[in-house]
Design a protein around this ligand. Structure first.
Ligand code: NDP
Length: 295
């Protein structure tokens, strides 16, 4: 059997960002509106700092305005909520993202619910969660949305396919399952208490791995020809003292069995930021009653 096709998220996300940039240029030219994304970072977590810097860079590259708010780790919850309130009211800001996790003294759910659902480009507000579940227009969390775009690009119509989502978090697993239901897949959601996970995964035409456990899903769990989307990002230590990023899927064995598979890095990762920009553009168009942006 030949190795699986590699689903290249770096190339796909690059094309998506080009499309977004041309829509932004059109919006600026025709309507004199520049979409704006505000990103709020509380504290100095090094990984979060890198994410925020990359988000800002990509936002500007597509022609949008980027507003970065860096607050000290000891910022009181009330001050953060006040900032969110001012961003909610700011007409130049169409999307608001508070980089998670926030420091422990701040209530994450309170922060999520303080963001205007119309500007909630992470799609975590209960209004957007509910709208997605009800099959209505919603701002959809970026990582599952990016995973879905890769799946559709690779498989076309997904209707009738068996999909297994491993992981039931609010940011990946649950919204991913909702998106797949919307595409008429038959969806199974697996989690830490699922019995005989290998046999559950073996039934699936589509496997979404969002567990956070390095290389847990083995090649002999995969149905031959299945499409595997590996959301996991895990840093592992190597014997020589260096580190390496791996997914939740054991790539070396899975690539021998799957029909198509995302690598880590270079699969779902770059899609997340591209979808954040897409959501900002969509939010901006809706706030100005402009025609819906289709992607
Ligand atoms: P969470 O820790 O919030 O959720 C993990 C899920 O995996 C839980 O539902 C948990 O089950 C389930 N799980 C844990 N152990 C097992 C097991 N042995 N068997 C079956 N299921 C298990 O993680 P996230 O959803 O936030 O993230 C998942 C992965 O995706 C991580 O590696 C993360 O780094 C990555 N990620 C990547 C992004 C990207 O941009 N590419 C963005 C976001 C996340 P239970 O609910 O029962 O505890």
């Amino acid at each position: 059997m030949t190795d699986a096709k590699l689903i290249d998220g770096t190339v796909f996300s690059g094309k998506l960002r080009e499309t977004i940039a041309s829509r932004v240029a059109e919006m600026k030219g025709k309507h004199r509106i520049t979409p704006g994304l505000a990103v709020v970072l509380v504290g100095e977590d090094p990984a979060s700092q890198v994410y925020v810097r990359t988000k800002g860079k990509r936002t500007v590259e597509t022609g949008m305005n980027s507003f970065e708010h860096k607050l000290p780790a000891d910022t009181p919850e009330d001050s953060l909520l006040l900032l969110i309130d001012s961003l909610n009211k700011d007409p130049a800001v169409h999307g608001i993202l508070v980089q998670l996790p926030v420091p422990k003294h701040i209530d994450t759910q309170k922060v999520i619910e303080a963001i205007d659902p119309a500007k909630d480009v992470d799609g975590f507000h209960p209004v957007n969660v509910g709208r997605l579940a009800a099959g209505m227009d919603a701002l959809v969390p970026c990582t599952p949305l990016g995973s879905l775009l890769l799946l559709k690009d690779n498989l076309g119509k997904l209707g009738g396919l068996d999909a297994v989502v491993i992981g039931r978090s609010n940011i990946v697993g649950k919204p991913m399952a909702q998106l797949l239901i919307r595409e008429s897949c038959t969806v199974t959601i697996a989690h830490s208490q699922t019995r005989d996970l290998p046999s559950v995964v073996r039934r699936a035409d589509i496997v979404i791995a969002a567990v956070g456990r390095p290389e847990m899903i083995k090649g002999d769990w995969i149905k031959p020809g299945a499409t595997v989307i590996d959301v996991g990002i895990n840093r592992i230590d190597l014997p020589d003292g260096k580190t390496r990023l791996v997914g939740d899927v054991d790539f070396a064995s899975a690539v021998k069995v799957a029909g198509a598979i995302t690598p880590v890095p270079g699969g779902v990762g770059p899609m997340t930021i591209a979808c954040l920009l897409r959501n900002t553009l969509v939010a901006c168009a809706r706030q100005h009653n402009l025609p819906e942006v289709e992607f």
